[in-house]
Design a protein around this ligand. Structure first.
Ligand SMILES: Cc1cc2nc3c(=O)[nH]c(=O)nc-3n(C[C@H](O)[C@H](O)[C@H](O)COP(=O)(O)OP(=O)(O)OC[C@H]3O[C@@H](n4cnc5c(N)ncnc54)[C@H](O)[C@@H]3O)c2cc1C
Ligand code: HEM
Length: 414
């Protein structure tokens, strides 16, 4: 909780700090990487630094945390921190690194706001920082303990056992432990971080959802290479490297599984809505449902550019077909004429569980959904925002709509 002397100071200075958070977070990263350049090359995602996404996510998280503190100074608003703690744990962040980050973040607040930052204001914001930091440190310690590892020791060698082309831009990789022991268990919806050493010597890390556990002893990830659409932005560094170079027999450094967007147990109705490569956590959830609760009512929605671009299309249809009370709704921007390739029925005949295959953008307004449906969304932000809006119009509670963003979470800062 925020101390009685700091609460009014944070309340009074929140508008000024909030208005400058963009400049503060930009300066914070500049100063920290000036002192520790190896962090940019070896830990932080340098594309998210270049395109500003990480500053925006940090600014959004700090603003959300501080605003919640000001409204309820006697509570610690941990709700916004779960996703961050899981991301940090997948990167092996350690508690001692918080001192460095705090020094540069508070230094940037002082440098940007100048004389307005009196010693009392600095002390109040130091308190906010350490409330956040200690909450994250505690959550990360719990995640490491649950994973059975020491502080930050999350990296493992994993051998690529198999590679499969899933669409013209997508490949899946089955990963196994080189010592032959089963890979660690994971919850449906969780992801791993993968390290890659790029041609310029930088080590870059990205997250990939676990899309299945073939034979129960291995992990499967599915990677879509990010192309440079029109030459204005560079192609994705790690996904392109994995697509071009990762082959069976190679060893990758991969973290243990983390992630807080996981399928809840129970028998309540579910809606799984994905677009493009956002299908990966949904596959993992569907594998789980097909094995442990095939009677659960599930509506599955997937949108893609075309049937040919739709990675894991037959697997998706086959999985939905194994559920007794599930329906599959597909939307393709084009090429819907080849839809029969996407369903596990006879050519020209949709399988019984395929509710429809339509052309155009996904539209959930026509669906009939039980009011107690829990929804999971994964795909580009505009897709998820549109689907979420429609679900709330349907009467679903905002608390029942969960989402996974395949990048820094910018939903908070929008
Ligand atoms: C929890 C989670 C799960 C995920 N699961 C999956 C999954 O299952 N499958 C999957 O394929 N991906 C997944 N992702 C996304 C994945 O982690 C990577 O973000 C993705 O592969 C792109 O990484 P990259 O290194 O290829 O691209 P990056 O090099 O990181 O580039 C990302 C984007 O930034 C742009 N960019 C780079 N530099 C600049 C610049 N200077 N100015 C403007 N723009 C720039 C690039 O053009 C590109 O569009 C997941 C992400 C998260 C957080
Ligand atoms: C109170 C302190 C901190 C806050 C509020 C914070 C906040 C955040 C946020 C909001 C994200 C983006 C999460 C997402 O949506 O994916 C993130 C990611 C990250 N954080 Fe922190 N963080 C803190 C401390 C640290 C520390 C101490 C380190 C270690 C040096 C660190 C390293 C990282 C890295 C490497 C990422 C991933 C960056 C990327 O993928 O672009 N953070 N953090």
């Amino acid at each position: 909780m925020l101390s009685t002397q700091s609460a009014p100071i944070v309340r009074d200075t929140l508008p000024a700090v909030g208005a400058s958070l963009g400049a503060i977070t930009e300066l914070f990263y500049t100063r920290m990487f000036e002192e520790r350049p190896e962090l940019l090359r070896g830990l932080f995602n340098r594309a998210n630094q270049a395109n500003g996404a990480q500053r925006e996510a940090l600014a959004g998280a700090v603003a959300a945390f501080a605003s919640a503190l000001v409204e309820h100074p006697d509570e610690r608003p941990d709700a916004v921190l779960g996703r961050i703690a899981n991301k940090h744990a997948s990167l092996g962040i350690t508690s001692d690194q918080y001192t460095l980050v705090g020094r540069h973040l508070l230094g940037a607040v002082k440098e940007v706001l100048g004389e307005a930052v009196t010693p009392a204001v600095a002390a109040a914001w130091d308190e906010v920082y350490w409330l956040m930091a200690n909450a994250l440190i505690a959550m990360e310690a719990r995640l490491y303990a649950e994973a059975g590892v020491e502080n930050g020791v999350v990296w493992r060698d994993m051998e690529i056992a198999d590679r499969t082309e899933e669409s013209p831009d997508t490949a899946s990789f089955v990963l196994r432990r080189p010592d032959g022991l089963p890979a660690d268990p994971f919850l449906p919806g969780q992801y791993v971080s993968v390290q890659v050493e790029l041609p310029d010597g930088a080590r870059q890390i990205r997250q990939y959802s676990l899309s299945a556990s073939p034979d129960g002893k291995t992990w499967r990830i599915t990677v879509k290479r990010e192309r440079s659409a029109d030459g204005r932005v560079p192609e994705g560094e790690v996904s392109s490297w994995l697509y071009a170079h990762a082959r069976a027999g190679q060893i990758l450094k991969v973290s243990l599984p983390f992630g807080d967007l996981v399928l809840p147990d129970g028998d309540g109705p579910l809606l799984l809505a994905s677009a493009g490569i956002g299908i990966t956590p949904m596959l993992s959830m569907l594998h789980h449902l097909a094995t442990v609760s095939p009677d659960r009512p599930v509506v599955v929605i997937h949108a893609d550019r075309s049937p040919a671009d739709h990675a894991h299309r037959l697997e998706l249809s086959e999985l939905v077909g194994r559920l007794h009370r599930a329906s599959l709704h597909l939307w393709y921007e084009n090429g819907v004429g080849e839809w029969y390739e996407t369903v596990a029925g006879e050519q020209g005949e949709p399988a019984a569980h395929v509710a429809h295959v339509r052309e155009g953008w996904a539209d959930v307004t026509g669906l009939t959904l039980p009011q107690d449906t829990t929804a999971f969304l994964c795909g580009p932000l505009p897709f998820m925002q549109a689907v979420r809006g429609d679900l709330l119009t349907h009467g679903l509670s905002p608390a029942a709509v969960h989402y996974e963003v395949f990048g820094p979470d910018l939903w908070l800062s929008k």
